[in-house]
Design a protein around this ligand. Structure first.
Ligand code: IMP
Length: 427
């Protein structure tokens, strides 16, 4: 069986952890291919809740090999404390593999992330402040530090000194901050080397061999389609490619090896941080979605902005990711509304527009055109099959499927591990 990709179809936080968990038993490798500890997966197992930021959610399944691919940016301090936290709760983390080509987030990336946001003022992106953007900027600028550099003191020293040569000028002269001594960073990062070494692997080779041996490889995207640096609502995006193409570059698996691309789609829409959001609700319905859906960021603790389902976005996600399936999550959150509005198109400058506009200003002006679908009031969290859903919930799912352009193959009806309806198997 070849590789599968899981990607957020909206602005992230669609509930990917749950989808990974559903597949967990049949999957051999779970790979993160981009992003860093800006992500947040919550996985509920029994009465235990796990919040993961950097580690692939497959780390919670005993038979899965979790992999951090070359496309990820790693904050080593966060990595080690997340591993320690899981070890303390009895989770075996020893199978983790980390690409030596993944880039490292350093203290100067975190500082720069925060000061640049502060200087942007009203135009700020609303980043997670974890140093993600500056670390990717260094990668593209070819001055980044990679995991493999930790194991050669002289290279590490040269690279840290070279990077800080410029950055300290910026910090001191432009941002009025204290310089960061290279020696301190060097000492801290050399201290990580021995702890990270056991996990180091040539992950592209490992994954190729796994695929050749007919193992199931799940590539797990962080964030979501509209936060993609190329295909999202730029500049209000993250600095990597969560879309399915990023799964190839961020893991070293070629596109011909990928069999299925599953879009995780929330039954309504949420967004964290700044940027356009046509169906955003600034009223009691928005508050209710936030409250019932528990829409508070796992990583930053920020309240998520909430709104109705947007089919234009779902269609776009189908297009740019080549989605083969959707996993619809949090359908239960919509229980109790008499009517559920769904955005079917936008009105932009008096015109009806069916597809996501590529022009940023047009998207900022987009007004949602809604269709009202009848709601349901029955508790759906115990439903095990599609047929057990109330008729109006079935019709809601079918309508979303028709508008979104790919089959809905699974539905989340509650936060627990088993509160999922499987319609078509992903494997
Ligand atoms: P950064 O990834 O920290 O640079 O933040 C850039 C944008 O992506 C901000 O709007 C963040 O709120 C958003 N973002 C980053 N990670 C996530 C995530 O896991 N879920 C939702 N939004 C995210």
């Amino acid at each position: 069986m070849p590789a599968l990709v899981l990607v957020g179809a909206q602005w992230g936080d669609e509930g990917k952890g749950k989808a990974t968990d559903l597949l967990g038993g049949s999957v051999d490798y779970v790979v993160r291919y981009q992003g860093g500890n800006n992500a947040g997966h919550t996985v509920v197992i029994g009465d235990q809740k796990y919040a993961l930021h950097l580690l692939p959610s497959g780390i919670l399944s005993p038979n899965v090999v979790p992999v951090i691919g070359n496309g990820v940016v790693i904050d080593p301090g966060v990595l080690l404390s997340e591993l320690k936290g899981l070890d303390e709760r009895g989770i075996d983390t020893s199978k983790l593999l980390i690409s030596g080509n993944a880039h490292l987030i350093t203290p100067y990336h975190r500082t720069l992330d925060k000061v640049t946001e502060r200087f942007l003022g009203k135009r700020r992106i609303g980043t997670t402040g974890r140093g993600i953007g500056p670390a990717y900027a260094d990668k593209i600028n070819r001055v980044g530090i990679r995991v493999q550099d930790l194991f050669d003191e002289s290279i590490l020293r040269q690279k840290i000194e070279a990077a800080l040569h410029d950055k300290n000028q910026l910090l001191v002269k432009l941002y009025n901050r204290r310089a960061i001594p290279a020696e301190l960073v060097l000492e801290e990062y050399l201290g990580y080397a021995d702890k990270i070494k056991p996990y180091l692997a040539d992950t592209t080779l490992v994954l190729d061999e796994a695929l050749k041996a007919n193992k199931v490889v799940l590539l797990e995207g962080g964030q979501g389609t509209l936060l993609d640096v190329d295909h999202g609502t730029y500049p209000f995006v993250t600095s990597s490619n969560p879309t399915s193409g990023g799964a190839c570059t961020g893991s070293g698996i070629g596109p011909t090896k990928i069999d299925r691309v599953i879009g995780i789609l929330k039954a309504y829409t949420t967004r964290v941080g700044s940027g356009p959001f046509p169906t955003e609700l600034l009223d009691a319905d928005g508050d209710a979605l936030r409250r019932i859906g528990g829409e508070r960021g796992v990583t930053t603790g920020r309240d998520r902005r909430c709104g109705w389902f947007d089919a234009v976005i779902a269609r776009y996600a189908t297009r740019v990711n080549g989605l083969t399936d959707f996993f619809l999550t949090k359908l239960d959150v919509l229980t109790g509304w008499e009517q559920i509005p769904v955005c079917v198109a936008y009105e932009i400058d008096g015109q009806r527009v069916e597809e996501l506009p590529y022009n940023q200003s047009d998207f900022h002006h987009a007004k949602p055109i809604y269709e009202n679908l009848p709601g349901w009031s029955e508790d759906i969290s115990k439903a095990k099959t599609f047929a057990e859903l109330p008729k109006n919930a079935q019709a809601y799912v079918k309508a979303l499927e028709e508008m979104s352009g790919a089959p809905i193959s699974a539905i989340g009806v509650g936060p627990g591990r088993t509160e999922t309806i499987e319609i078509n198997s992903f494997l």
